[in-house]
Design a protein around this ligand. Structure first.
Ligand code: MF3
Ligand code: CO
Length: 249
């Protein structure tokens, strides 16, 4: 589909319900992030949390045969890091990327978390990457162009001396996890499709402390920074409303 999907009040309620479970799941799972825990253990915690909620399922599991509830991207991994027996170490950073489905509708969100005590420069990098997402989401309302969102993310991230990963974008979502439009993390204000009311988009700056080029790790999923620099990922599922927007997850 190459146009925005517009959702009914009933569909919006389903996504709101899924999104609330997803937010709570990320906060719950993040509490367990500490040195020694494996990313597979975090995956089990997230899955158990979601399944406690009647009608909610882990949305990534089974998507293109993806076998897990979470993507856990550690350090220089940007996205789609596979949960494994890798134990997190003091000073690592890990992105917890998750989806929840209710009534066949997807929601998608991610937070990046420091493990134990991280370097001050790393902490600043995480904080500023999250701020880039918050600044971009803040402008969302009907009539805003996708390029307006991209431009805010790029300008903010580059202004702090970091990079956006050029090849990795946000997206529309609904009955598909990824649908029209792509939402690049680099771009020009005043360009691109115009947001209508009652559509839903996932905005997700994926940043690095170094360059914006990626490397495919060759396991079919994991994408890392080419230069080995640390990468962060924050993502919200956002509903466009009459008056502006509502963060669903
Ligand atoms: N948030 C990820 C994205 O938008 C979702 C990955 S789903 C998976 O690409 F199944 F690929 F893990
Ligand atoms: Co996404």
């Amino acid at each position: 589909m190459s146009k925005f999907q517009i959702f009914t009040p009933g569909e919006i309620n389903s996504m709101r319900k899924a999104g609330k479970i997803l937010r709570d799941c990320l906060l719950h799972t993040a509490k367990y992030v500490k040195p020694g825990i494996t990313t597979l253990e975090l995956d089990a915690i997230a899955e158990e949390f979601i399944r406690l909620h009647e009608g909610a399922t882990p949305a990534f599991k089974g998507y293109r045969n993806y076998p897990f509830t979470l993507c856990t991207s550690v350090n220089d991994q940007c996205v789609h890091g596979l949960p494994s027996k890798r134990a997190l170490k003091d000073g690592d950073i890990v992105a917890l990327d998750c989806g929840v489905m209710v009534d066949r509708l997807y929601t998608d969100a991610c937070i990046s978390v420091g493990v134990g005590k991280v370097a001050p420069a790393t902490e600043t990098f995480l904080r500023e990457s999250k701020a880039a997402l918050d600044h971009a989401v803040a402008i969302i309302k009907p009539g805003v162009r996708i390029g307006d969102i991209s431009s805010i993310i790029q300008t903010y991230v580059e202004g702090k001396g970091y990079s956006c990963m050029q090849a990795l974008t946000g997206h529309g979502l609904g009955y598909s996890l990824h649908q029209f439009p792509d939402i690049p993390n680099l771009g020009k204000a005043g360009t691109g499709p115009v947001l209508p009311v009652n559509t839903v988009i996932a905005v997700e700056p994926i940043t690095s402390m170094g360059e914006g080029a990626i490397r495919d790790e060759g396991d079919g999923w994991t994408i890392s920074t080419k230069d080995g620099s640390l990468s962060a990922h924050y993502e919200h599922t956002v509903l466009v409303t009459e008056g502006g927007h509502e963060i669903l997850a």
